[in-house]
Structure formats: structure tokens, C-alpha cells
Design a protein around this ligand. Structure first.
Ligand code: ADP
Ligand code: MG
Length: 199
């Protein structure tokens, strides 16, 4: 079973990884965006980590809804409301249980990813974070390590795609040949989940 401590470890591992990879995320956002993805998420997840240390919410659902709220209020770019919605909706789906199973987490994350698709209007193949999150959630039934592999493959597979959503879509065919920054950061989020699970 996964308790609030597991979810706090997930968010802390995400913050550490986004911090390490911020420059790379911003570099990816430079040819097909406005070169702020790394700094956007660094600001957001640093704030998430600080808030979770201070407030220490004691259920899985409360950890994720608080994290999502902080992202929405601190990240200006498109990715703030999208990641914020992902975590808030996932947290809401977990309810107020003190512990949840891996299956419950997989189901809740699916609801979270669907909320991101509703908010942003992106579908798989549009060259966004959705290209990482959908295969990751599909693989989560098999385990955390499988979800991480699927996420990494999903992020890499955005390179040959033409962007149909977000800032990169303004470039049309010129967006082809670049890995999507949001798909890359989504793979960090899923890798941090596997890390929190000790895999
Ligand atoms: P901005 O584009 O406002 O500068 P960021 O650079 O922080 O915001 O985030 C860009 C990332 O957000 C993209 O690489 C993409 O993965 C994701 N993104 C943008 N628009 C959408 C959308 N409508 N649905 C899903 N993800 C999106
Ligand atoms: Mg940007």
C-alpha cells in the first residue's frame, strides 16, 4: 500500500530531478518554444517541495491536491495549469484514504490524464506531455518500472511528430525533429514515481 509519505517522496524526487534537468528542459523548449520550460517547472516544483515539507498533508489525496494547487499558482506557462490539473485531479480521485493500492493510483492517474486532455484539448500524437502520460498510465498496471520505460519511450517518440497543440504548433512542420519539452518533463515525473517506489 502507498501512504502519504510515499506521495511526498514522489514529489520530492520530482523536484530534485526537475532541478537537475532544468537546463536541458529549457534547451528543448528553445527551438520549438520560448525557452522557459525548465525554469517554469523548477520554480513550481521547488515551491511544491517546500510547501509539502511545511504542511505535511497526511493522506495521498491531500499531498497531490496541494501539490497541484501550488503548481497552478506558481507556474505561469501552459505547463503549470496542465501539471496542476494532473496532480489535483489525481489527488481528488484518491479521495481521503490514508493508504491506496498501486491499482488505485493507476486508476486515479488515468482520471488525471483525462482531465489534462479535456483542459488542453491534446490527444496522443499531438506532440505534448500526453504522449508520455498516456503510455505511462497504460503500463502502470504492469508496474512502476514498466511505466517509467513507457514514459521514456513516449517522450523520445515525440521527436518525429508535428506539434498540434501549444506554442510549438505555431511552427507547423518546423516543429518536426525536436523532442517535446513537456513530454520530457512528464517522463521525469514518472521516473520519480518509480524512484519513490524503490524501482
Ligand atoms: P509555455 O508553452 O506556455 O511556454 P511551457 O514551456 O512551460 O509553457 O510548457 C510547454 C509544454 O507544455 C509543451 O512542451 C507541451 O508538452 C505542453 N503543452 C502545451 N500545450 C499543451 C496542451 N494543450 N495539452 C497538453 N500539453 C501541452
Ligand atoms: Mg515555454
Amino acid at each position: 500500500m502507498l501512504d502519504a509519505d510515499f506521495f511526498r517522496r514522489w514529489m520530492a524526487a520530482t523536484a530534485a530531478s526537475v532541478d537537475r534537468e532544468a537546463e536541458r528542459l529549457t534547451a528543448l523548449d528553445s527551438p520549438i518554444g520560448d525557452a522557459d520550460h525548465g525554469s517554469n517547472l523548477q520554480r513550481g516544483f521547488t515551491e511544491v517541495a517546500t510547501t509539502l515539507e511545511k504542511e505535511a498533508p497526511d493522506t495521498p489525496g491531500a499531498v497531490l491536491t496541494l501539490a497541484g494547487r501550488r503548481l497552478i499558482s506558481t507556474v505561469g506557462g501552459a505547463s503549470g495549469p496542465l501539471y496542476g490539473t494532473l496532480l489535483r485531479r489525481t489527488g481528488k480521485a484518491l479521495g481521503d484514504a490514508g493508504e491506496v493500492s498501486a491499482e488505485q493510483l493507476a486508476e486515479a492517474l488515468r482520471a488525471g490524464v483525462e482531465a489534462v486532455m479535456t483542459l488542453g484539448g491534446a490527444a496522443p500524437g499531438d506532440k505534448t506531455m500526453i504522449d508520455t502520460l498516456v503510455p505511462a498510465v497504460d503500463a502502470l498496471g504492469t508496474g512502476f518500472a514498466a511505466a517509467r520505460t513507457a514514459a521514456e519511450q513516449g517522450a523520445l517518440a515525440t521527436t518525429p511528430l508535428q506539434a498540434r497543440k501549444g506554442r510549438a504548433s505555431y511552427l507547423g512542420e518546423r516543429s518536426i525533429g525536436h523532442q517535446d519539452p513537456g513530454a520530457t518533463s512528464a517522463a521525469l515525473l514518472i521516473a520519480a514515481l518509480a524512484e519513490a517506489a524503490g524501482e
